[in-house]
Design a protein around this ligand. Structure first.
Ligand code: ZN
Length: 459
C-alpha cells in the first residue's frame, strides 16, 4: 500500500483548479505531499490516504491568490486623516517626509508581519512588495521584511525598489529619501545574490523596481533593465498611473509613460507594471505584443481617483494581468478577495456585463498573478507538480444563503469573505479563519506603537 500523503483537503463543494483546462471538480479533493500538489480529483476519483485531513464540505477550493503590487510599510500611515483626500502627487509629497523620518528595520518588520497576516487571511499565499524607500540610515529593510515573511511562511517576492530623483532635480521625493544611482545598482545586486532563489518552488524571489518616472531618472531605469537581464531577475515599476503621471512624463521627457517605458528598455515580458490605467489603444497593443505583465489595482485606482484600467482590452491584447492591493496608505485594505471582486465589477462596468465574470476575476487573481511573477505552471493553479498553495472558502452564513447553482459566482458576488483555511507549500497558515502563527496580538500592539511615530498628529 502506498505511503500516506501529508495532507488531503476533500469533500469540497467544488475545486476550481485553474489548471490549463480550468477543470472544476465537484465533490473534489486536493492532495499535497512534501509541499507540492500530488493529486486532484472529483468525488468519483479515489483520494489517497493522508496524515492530515481537512474536510471542505460546503467550501470552494481555489489556488492561493497572488498579490503582485504592494507597499507593505504603508500600513504604518493607514487612513491618516491629513492624507485621505489628496490626489497621487500631493498625497506622496505629504507622506514622503513622514515615512523617510521614521522607517527603520523594526517598523519595516512589523509592517510586513501585520500586512502579510492581513493578506493571508484574505486567501493570499504569494505576495510581492514594492519597497522603494531606503533612507541611508534605515538599515536593511529588505532583510527585515523577508524575516517577517519567513516567520509567517508566506511565499514572498520582495522587490528592491529605488528613488534617485529628488525635488532639487525635478522629482517628487525630498532629498533625504533618495539614493545615489551607483549605490542603488550595487545594493540591487547585493540583495539579489543574498536572497533570490531561482529554484522551482522557491519561497523568496527578488525583483528590481525603480519606483516611477517621477522618482528615478531614465538612466537608472535603463541600467536596472540591463542588470536584471544579467542577473536573470524580473523588473517592476509603476506605469501610466494617472493624468499627473502622463503630464510629468510628457513635460520632462517628451514621451508618454508607455513610450518612456519602451525607450528605457522595459517593454519586455521580464517586466510587470502596476496600475497601467491610462495606456491608449496603440500602447495597449504594444504592451500586449511584448507580454508586459499588468498589476491591476482597482481599489487604489478608485480611492486616488486615478481611473479604471482597461483590463479586458489589455488581456485581449496578450498582457498577463494579475491583481495588486497596492499600499495600505492608499488602498487602504489589503484583501485579495476584495480586489478580485472589484476587478469583476469594474470589468463589467467598463467592458460589458459579459466581459468579466467571477471565473475571469479568479483567473486574474491566480494564474494572472503567477504569470506577472514569471511563475505560471508553478503557482496560481492546482495541478500535479504545482506548489501546495491552497485557499479554502466556506460559503455559508446569511450572505451565501440561496447560492446553490454556481459556487464560483457565489464566491465573488456574495460576501464579504475571508479564507477559512490557507496553505502555503502544504503548511497551514490560516486555520478556521484564524492566523495559525501565535504572535498576531503581540505584533499588532508593537505595530500600534510604531505607527504612532509615523503619524505626528496623533498624540
Ligand atoms: Zn504602488
Amino acid at each position: 500500500m502506498a505511503e500516506p500523503v501529508d495532507l488531503l483537503i476533500d469533500e469540497a463543494w467544488l475545486v476550481a483548479t485553474m489548471d490549463e483546462e480550468r477543470r472544476e471538480l465537484a465533490g473534489g479533493w486536493v492532495a499535497i505531499d512534501d509541499g507540492y500538489v500530488v493529486g486532484v480529483g472529483s468525488a468519483t476519483d479515489l483520494a489517497p490516504r493522508s496524515l492530515k485531513r481537512i474536510n471542505a464540505s460546503g467550501c470552494l477550493i481555489t489556488p492561493g491568490l497572488v498579490n503582485t503590487h504592494h507597499h507593505l510599510f504603508q500600513n504604518l500611515t493607514r487612513a491618516y486623516r491629513p492624507m485621505t483626500s489628496a490626489p497621487l502627487f500631493d498625497w506622496l509629497r505629504s507622506l514622503y517626509p513622514l515615512w523617510t523620518a521614521s522607517i527603520d528595520e523594526e517598523s519595516m518588520y512589523l509592517a510586513a508581519w501585520v500586512g502579510l497576516a492581513e493578506l493571508a487571511m484574505s486567501g493570499c499565499t504569494t505576495t510581492s512588495d514594492h519597497h522603494y524607500l531606503h533612507p541611508a540610515r534605515a538599515g536593511d529593510l529588505l532583510a527585515a521584511e523577508i524575516r517577517a515573511a519567513r516567520e509567517l511562511s508566506m511565499r514572498f517576492h520582495p522587490t528592491y525598489g529605488s528613488m534617485s530623483l529628488s525635488v532639487k532635480d525635478g522629482g517628487l521625493p525630498p532629498d533625504d529619501a533618495v539614493r545615489d544611482e551607483d549605490d542603488i545598482l550595487a545594493e540591487s545586486e547585493r540583495h539579489v545574490s543574498r536572497w533570490h532563489d531561482p529554484a522551482f518552488g522557491a519561497m523568496v524571489r527578488v525583483a528590481l523596481a525603480p519606483c516611477s518616472p517621477f522618482t528615478v531618472t531614465p538612466d537608472l531605469m535603463r541600467r536596472t533593465a540591463e542588470l536584471a537581464e544579467r542577473l536573470d531577475v524580473r523588473l517592476h515599476t509603476h506605469l501610466a498611473e494617472n493624468s499627473e503621471d502622463d503630464e510629468f512624463s510628457i513635460a520632462q521627457f517628451g514621451l508618454r509613460p508607455v513610450e518612456l517605458y519602451e525607450d528605457v528598455g522595459w517593454l519586455t515580458d521580464r517586466s510587470w507594471g502596476a496600475h497601467v490605467v491610462r495606456p491608449n489603444d496603440a500602447e495597449i497593443a504594444r504592451l500586449g505584443a511584448a507580454g508586459v505583465g499588468i498589476s491591476h489595482c482597482p481599489s487604489s485606482n478608485m480611492i486616488l481617483s486615478s481611473g479604471i484600467a482597461p483590463v479586458v482590452a489589455m488581456r485581449d491584447a496578450g498582457c498577463p494581468v494579475g491583481l495588486g492591493c497596492d499600499g495600505s496608505s492608499s488602498a487602504d485594505a489589503a484583501s485579495l478577495w476584495q480586489e478580485a471582486r472589484l476587478a469583476m465589477l469594474q470589468g463589467k462596468l467598463v467592458a460589458g456585463v459579459d466581459q468579466m465574470d467571477a471565473r475571469a476575476a479568479l483567473e486574474i487573481a491566480t494564474r494572472g498573478g503567477a504569470a506577472c511573477l514569471g511563475r505560471l505552471g508553478e503557482l496560481g493553479e492546482l495541478s500535479v507538480g504545482a506548489v501546495g498553495d491552497v485557499a479554502v472558502w466556506r460559503l455559508e452564513g446569511p450572505q451565501f444563503a440561496g447560492v446553490l447553482d454556481d459556487p464560483i459566482e457565489g464566491w465573488l458576488r456574495c460576501g464579504p469573505l475571508g479564507a477559512t483555511h490557507v496553505f502555503v507549500h502544504g503548511k497551514e497558515i490560516v486555520s478556521d479563519g484564524v492566523l495559525a502563527h501565535p504572535n498576531l496580538e503581540d505584533c499588532l500592539s508593537r505595530h500600534r506603537l510604531a505607527a504612532r511615530r509615523f503619524q505626528p498628529q496623533i498624540s
